[in-house]
Design a protein around this ligand. Structure first.
Ligand SMILES: [Zn+2]
Ligand SMILES: [Zn+2]
Length: 259
């Protein structure tokens, strides 16, 4: 059972009855409107479901509407994930510059690709692609922060100079997406135990942490190992410290086996 954080949102989602297939979710959710999750009372509903063959494996893509900011969050579902227990799950925060454009200012694309490959090699798996670009400050502001970093500020200083906290992400929407998919419990693919604590606050039952370890290939081995060997979340561009946009420190296979 997915337990609901009653302190912040009493019984928000009692109406999410189980359905047989993902394709049945838009019909189930068409009139869904609940008290919402977390302090922002986030409510999402499934709007559309389609097949999504990718270069990383076969998935179904589930599009969610939400009542807060109109952003289209999506879930990539591999195998039979509806109502699953101990479902291997990855939360990925959108990064247009990394995910789509191949930016080397961050490691988001490496983390996304490895997650999708791993999940599609398993019997079942789930990736929630959360539209919280740039640690939650949005694309335009992320680029403004990059510009400040180019002038010597680090990520935290740059975000604060723009009037944001250093991390504006939250996982209320992820908690509701899991409830919408009737997921009973997850094994979270992450190197960051704090992410598990955040999800638990919203009532998500996390039964295990799966380390998110990136295997280097012959082209990026040196690059990834260098990143992994730097401390914590910190990376560097031209000697200036920046922070990972995903909240996971990089862990690389060879660095793990070497220690
Ligand atoms: Zn709802
Ligand atoms: Zn990124």
């Amino acid at each position: 059972m997915l337990r609901i954080a009653r302190m912040t949102s009493p019984s928000p989602c009692t109406g999410l009855q189980r359905v047989a297939r993902l394709e049945d979710l838009p019909e189930r959710d068409k009139d869904h409107d609940c008290g919402g999750f977390g302090p922002h009372r986030i409510c999402v509903k499934v709007d559309a479901v389609a097949e999504l063959p990718t270069r990383f494996g076969r998935f179904q893509i589930v599009a969610f509407w939400n009542n807060r900011d109109g952003k289209d969050h999506v879930a990539l579902v591999h195998g039979d994930a509806m109502g699953a227990s101990d479902l291997p799950t990855r939360l990925h925060s959108e990064c247009l510059t990394g995910d789509a454009l191949g930016s080397l200012r961050c490691d988001c694309r490496d983390q996304l690709e490895v997650a999708l490959r791993r999940l599609s090699s398993m019997r079942r798996g789930l990736l929630l692609y959360l539209r919280q670009e740039g640690r939650g400050i949005g694309l335009r502001n992320k680029i403004r922060a990059y510009a400040l970093q180019d002038r010597g500020l680090d990520t935290v200083e740059a975000n604060r100079a723009l009037g944001f906290r250093d991390d504006e992400r939250d996982y209320e929407v992820a908690a509701h997406m899991l409830a919408s998919l009737n997921v009973a419990s997850i094994q979270l693919m992450t190197n960051n135990p704090d992410k598990i604590a955040q999800l638990k606050r919203y009532g998500v039952n996390v039964t295990k942490r799966i380390p998110h370890v990136i295997p280097p290939n012959e082209f990026d081995r040196r690059y990834l190992l260098t990143k992994a060997l730097r401390s914590g979340h910190q990376l560097e561009i031209d000697g200036k410290p920046i922070f990972s946009e995903q909240d996971d420190p990089v862990v690389v296979e060879e660095a793990v086996t070497a220690t």
